[in-house]
Design a protein around this ligand. Structure first.
Ligand code: GCU
Length: 675
């Protein structure tokens, strides 16, 4: 469990000559964060705290209302002391963890540190039986109080709960996790899957609120608010009502009562995350209502308690038809929500996946960012590697996320048209905006299956806090903290594997943004035609002449028109479309010459050969680290890499063979492509 970036022994070693002081010395009874901060220093790190400011080397000072932002902290260096000032104890907690990072990385950054985004959230897709939807790190850390004879951590969920208690109650692990999150600035979590079924629906009731409260109490100490995902149809499913119609008074009362009751357990409860009218889940459309009506009804119920409704824009009709090329799943969020701009209450947040489809290896930005001008929004990522290698394949995804946050929407009337900045610029209440991501931890030994997948959790938090950080800087930070005592050459090797890993993964998967050539439902490994005639609307349209989805205005689905004029002009034309999303926007012939001056078919072959060769190199590089890295981490990554090599080979050969059979064009370099 300690084999994460926050290892108390390593940190203590680094800070062994330091003495802390907390000012003012007195800790108010209800200031649980300050108490925790004290505990972190004295019990977790076992470092001294003094009342005498002069004798301290690190001074943490709370000065109410000094800074505009309550989460900001100011780092100063004066007369050999490091001084950290913040409005409240939460800001100091952030300052404390930053200081640890700065000490470990050897870079003291003085000045005021302010988060780029207000809400920095992790959505857990954990289920009350202890399993995790799209989880690749063993069982849930929250749920599943199992009979010990069974082994749910290895994925066997066919087990009996003890006395019907659905909670795991592993306080030690939860404290450690809360610490990991706070150390990178995460301030909100939802703990249950967005597809809320079975017992999950009842988490909002007395039956389970004691257990939820126990979790909320732990996370509160680390400045993290707890949210729950709800089932839209709860009034009908558990409330004894005949309807869940948002306009019905009994339904409104049901939700008001639910909220009142939750707040009696958890006074700072964050609110609800809602997936409605999507992938078979119930929603307001069933009652002829739109999503603003649906969300606002809940917003009214929770408003008296300052709660939020996080309403997901991942709403689409799963009954697509491959015969109809105008019908395009990429347009779904826009078609459902663009016209509702300005209609949502100020405590509703529209949470949108970064791209228009579904967390693929390469997608353009969701066009609603920049289009909506009067709606609180959150951008959603997936840390759990559903489409990105299941935390078996090494895939440090920060390059993709940085790209999305810095994606230029090219709206000329916005002060800063980049997606990350737009979140604040177009909000009704800028406190109610931010970034969310599906979490990737579980009970696995190193938290995330492949230990290197921890870098994505770390990096996600760091990027949410500071949108200007680069993927390179974040990775360097993580490696130093995770592997402080290994040789410089070893650190460099890990860095060179990880920094190229996202590109490598993208290289051997579905080419140039076309997406979804994965094994259906499972989403690991290739299946070129797995989704081709499927009702989920994820096609590549390959034929003997070419491949790709025509989403242009002139000849395609028209999706391109949903962007700003300037961006639409770019995406309309293959000559100005970025290579990584070329086949997302265009259906091109195999002999089309791409911006790299090669034909499309040759590019597909080259990418796939290159992707596999890179994984082969990773295996060799990793083998050199054997004697320098903690054994269990070394071994776990090695096992993963061997799997990845098989996966990359399968991708390379299936994709290359498929396109060779389709096109009949040989590889210009004469490499082996199976026929
Ligand atoms: C993807 C994923 C589902 C998930 C859905 C969502 O489609 O495969 O498991 O429920 O996203 O984001 O709601």
């Amino acid at each position: 469990m300690d084999s994460a970036w926050l290892n108390n022994n390593r940190i203590r070693e680094q800070l062994k000559n330091d003495v802390f002081t907390l000012l003012p010395n007195r800790i108010a009874e209800n200031d649980v964060v300050k108490k925790q901060l004290y505990t972190e220093i004295v019990e977790w790190l076992k470092l001294p705290v003094t009342f005498d400011k002069e004798n301290a080397s690190i001074v943490l000072i709370e000065e109410n209302n000094k800074y505009d932002n309550d989460e900001s902290f100011d780092v100063q260096e004066k007369n050999g002391q490091i001084i950290i000032i913040g409005n409240n104890s939460k800001a100091l907690l952030y300052g404390f963890y930053s200081l640890i990072r700065m000490k470990l990385t050897g870079k003291l950054k003085t000045g005021i540190h302010t988060p780029s985004q207000s809400l920095r959230m992790i959505n857990h897709w954990d289920q009350t039986d202890g399993s995790i939807e799209r989880g690749y790190s063993g069982a849930s850390i929250f749920f599943g109080n199992f009979n010990k004879l069974d082994n749910p951590d290895k994925g066997n969920f066919n087990v009996k709960l003890i006395n019907g208690d659905i909670f795991r109650h592993d306080t030690k692990r939860l404290v450690y996790y809360a610490r990991m999150l706070a150390s990178v600035g995460i301030n909100s979590i939802s703990i249950n899957n967005v597809n809320v079924r079975g017992q999950g629906i009842e988490l909002i009731t007395n039956k389970y609120l004691n257990g939820v409260q126990e979790i909320a109490d732990i996370f509160r100490k680390f400045g993290i608010k707890l949210f729950l995902s709800i089932n839209w149809a709860a009034p009908k499913l558990i409330g004894g009502l005949e309807t869940s119609n948002p306009l019905d008074d009994k339904v409104k009362k049901f939700w008001r009562d639910i909220c009142k009751n939750i707040y009696s357990y958890i006074p700072d409860f964050g609110g609800f995350v809602v997936k409605a009218d999507s992938e078979g889940e119930p929603g307001p459309y069933q009652y002829g209502c739109d999503h603003a009506q649906g969300a606002n009804m809940l917003a009214d119920a929770i408003k008296p308690f300052d709660g939020l409704i996080i309403w997901r824009a991942f709403v689409y009709n799963s009954h697509q038809d491959w015969r109809n090329r105008k019908n395009d799943r990429a347009k779904a969020a826009f078609e459902n929500f663009a016209s509702l701009d300005g209609k949502f209450s100020s405590n509703v947040i529209l949470q949108m996946k970064f791209g228009p489809i579904d967390f693929q290896t390469a997608e353009p930005l969701q066009p609603l960012f920049g289009k909506l001008r009067n709606t609180n929004q959150m951008m959603e990522f997936e840390i759990t590697a559903e489409y990105l290698g299941h935390q078996i394949d090494i895939n440090y995804v920060l390059p993709q996320w940085c790209k999305m946050i810095n994606f230029n929407t090219e709206y000329e009337d916005l002060p800063d048209p980049k997606a990350g900045a737009i979140l604040r610029e177009t909000a009704v209440d800028s406190n109610n905006t931010g970034i969310a991501a599906v979490g990737n931890v579980g009970m696995s030994e190193h938290w995330t299956g492949n230990p290197l997948a921890q870098s994505n959790l770390y990096g996600y938090g760091r990027l949410c806090w500071d949108n200007q950080l680069s993927a390179e800087e974040i990775l360097k930070e993580w490696i130093i903290q995770m592997f402080p005592s290994i040789k410089k050459e070893s650190k460099d090797k890990i860095y060179s594997i990880m920094i190229t890993s996202n590109k490598t993964y993208v290289d051997y998967c579905a080419p140039l943004g076309v997406g979804f050539m994965v094994v259906p439902h499972y989403h690991y490994g290739p299946s070129v035609n797995g989704y081709e005639y499927d009702r989920w609307g994820t096609y590549h349209f390959a034929d003997r002449n070419g491949v790709g989805v025509d989403r242009t205005i002139k000849t395609g689905s028209g999706f391109v028109s949903m962007y700003s004029k300037k961006l639409a002009n770019k995406f309309e034309n293959p000559d100005t479309t970025p290579m990584d999303v070329m086949l997302f926007f265009h259906h091109l012939n195999y002999d089309f010459i791409l911006p790299n001056n090669k034909t499309l078919i040759q590019t597909i072959y080259d990418l796939h050969f290159r992707g596999y060769e890179n994984v082969k190199k990773y295996v060799k590089q990793w083998n050199c680290l054997k004697h320098d890295i903690e054994e269990s981490i070394y071994d776990t990554v090695q096992v993963c890499l061997n799997e990845q090599l098989k996966n990359a080979l399968e991708w390379r050969d299936q994709v290359n063979t498929y396109f060779y059979r389709m096109s009949g064009v040989k590889d210009s370099l004469g490499r082996k492509i199976y026929s």
